[in-house]
Design a protein around this ligand. Structure first.
Ligand code: NDP
Length: 464
């Protein structure tokens, strides 16, 4: 057997790369991980974690208002209640530093060697690292590419004036007016954050509705709630160009109209980080979206090179990258070929209100199960108890999609307070193949919103 420097070289110390590296090292393998930015990757440094901290921080605006309905004396918004954006960003940065320290410690404690630099594949077993001390050539029996993705911005005039979620998380000051382009996860989450903190938010979407791919009822409810909060959604609209003006940025639309804002943020999807890695020269194949093509065991076209996470553009979620990392280690180092089950992966959108979703949407079920008669739908729409005394006009919607023939629940969707927390539990039920009769036989926890999921009896609820 050839004598390599390592058993495993991982390129990219994000969620997937760190998980795979430390699991392999814990098995006694010689592992190094190469990273050119901060350890923790998109999720911890530029995505899920800082975003959620900002969501939590911004939601206090509603909480202060709601407190008045419960007898608290709350100063009027304005001089009474103020928000210090730099203080929030500083506190968030401190927490990210702490988390980065935790990641370094996990790697160190498991015996993973960290190498700072940019990795480039030079052959089936060779990686060149361009680091602070120049170039080094390293070899390993197996190479794992876990380089994630990066925001994609369309090439329009003035795009250099736009920011992405990367910069939005570290702005020196809160923009008074912001235009957010895109209707996906990131766009609606940041629209909620900036709106709650007092910015004037315009979300610009090219489609008729936000969040393509989510259940139609849930999309409609979230859009209504966002608009009630004062977010302007410009539908079926594209940006022609962005121009710098004396007082801000002008966003120009195709018919000559324009809006002026202080920041323009693009959240128009992400692209896999595959360029400059030497992948194709090494024989690794990419698909039309520049993502690495892999088999069910995350193996690329080259036997010794594997890839996991967003760089493979399968299901771009942190827990999926973690599962792919675990499966990779079992496959390669425990001689136990393991693939990830991609069915019924729950996900959440941390919009305000948030969304939780697992399984098929109603439309997907109608197609998959053979028509409308094959699908039973249960819907409940109500005002959360918290808002009864506070008087907040914000609705929750819950929806169950059932295979009429087998009675199996094939989808659960919710927009409203606490939905990500509630839907995580339902995801277990769907994974176990629960039927609607079993949902009905489950006794609810009272008084909660979650109990609605086990008390919906009338098909098609409110809109039948
Ligand atoms: P998404 O793919 O979710 O959404 C991209 C949005 O941009 C869509 O509304 C799309 O419109 C629009 N768009 C794409 N190209 C253009 C263009 N040229 N001009 C105008 N609009 C355009 O991407 P995000 O950037 O929001 O998020 C990236 C990924 O990150 C997500 O897919 C998700 O996997 C992950 N993520 C997960 C989160 C979570 O789990 N809570 C949170 C944040 C991110 P259309 O619909 O018409 O195609």
């Amino acid at each position: 057997m050839a004598d390599y420097d390592y058993d495993l070289i991982t390129i990219g110390a994000g969620s997937g790369g760190v998980r795979a590296s430390r699991r392999a090292a814990a098995l006694g393998k010689r592992v190094c991980v190469i990273e050119n930015l901060r350890v923790g990757g998109t999720c911890v440094m530029r995505g899920c974690v800082p975003k959620k901290l900002l969501v939590i921080g911004s939601h206090f605006a509603d909480d202060f208002e709601d407190a008045a309905g419960y007898g608290w004396t709350v100063p009027e918004a304005g001089p009474g209640i103020t928000h210090d954006w730099p203080a929030l960003i500083k506190a968030k940065a401190k927490e990210l530093d702490r988390l980065e320290g935790v990641y370094h410690r996990i790697l160190r404690d498991n015996g993973v060697e960290e190498i700072t630099g940019t990795g480039r594949i030079k052959g089936p077993h060779t990686v060149e690292v361009d680091g602070p001390d120049g170039n080094t050539s390293l070899s390993a029996e197996t190479i794992l590419v876990a380089t994630g993705g990066w925001p994609y911005l369309p090439d329009i005039p003035g795009i250099e004036h736009a920011i992405t979620s990367n910069e939005a998380l570290d702005l020196a000051e809160l923009p008074k007016r912001i235009a957010i382009v895109g209707g996906g996860y990131i766009a609606v989450e940041f629209a909620g954050i900036f709106n709650a903190l007092g910015s004037d938010v315009t979300e610009i979407i090219r489609a008729p509705q936000i969040l393509r791919g989510f259940d139609e009822d849930v999309r409609d409810v979230l859009a209504q709630e966002m608009e009630k909060k004062g977010i302007t959604i410009r539908r079926e609209c594209i940006v022609r160009s962005i121009e710098k003006t004396e007082t801000g940025l002008s966003v120009l639309f195709p018919y000559g109209d324009a809006i002026e804002v202080d920041q323009v943020m693009y959240a128009t999807g992400r692209k896999p980080n595959t360029s400059g890695l030497g992948l194709e020269e090494a024989g690794v194949t990419l698909n039309g979206k520049s993502a690495i093509e892999v088999d069910e065991f995350s193996k690329t076209a080259v036997d010794s090179i594997y890839a996991i996470g967003d760089v493979t553009d399968r299901v771009n979620l942190t827990p999926v990258a973690l599962a792919e990392g675990e499966a990779f280690v079992r496959t390669v180092f425990l001689d136990d070929p393991t693939s990830v089950d991609y069915t019924n992966i729950a996900s959440a959108v941390f919009s305000q209100p948030p969304i939780g979703s697992v399984g098929m949407t109603e439309d997907e079920a109608v197609v998959a199960l053979g028509g409308e008669d094959a699908v039973d739908v249960y819907v409940s729409r109500f005002t959360p108890m918290k808002y009864t005394l506070s008087g907040r006009d914000e609705k929750t919607i819950m929806k169950i999609v059932v295979d009429a023939k087998t009675d199996r629940v094939v989808g659960c969707h919710m927009a409203g307070l606490d939905s990500p927390e509630i839907v995580q539990g339902l995801a277990i039920a769907l994974k176990c193949g629960a039927t609607k009769a079993q949902f009905d036989a489950t006794i609810g926890i009272h008084p909660t919103a979650a109990e609605e999921f086990v008390t919906m009896r009338d098909r098609r609820g409110y809109d039948s």
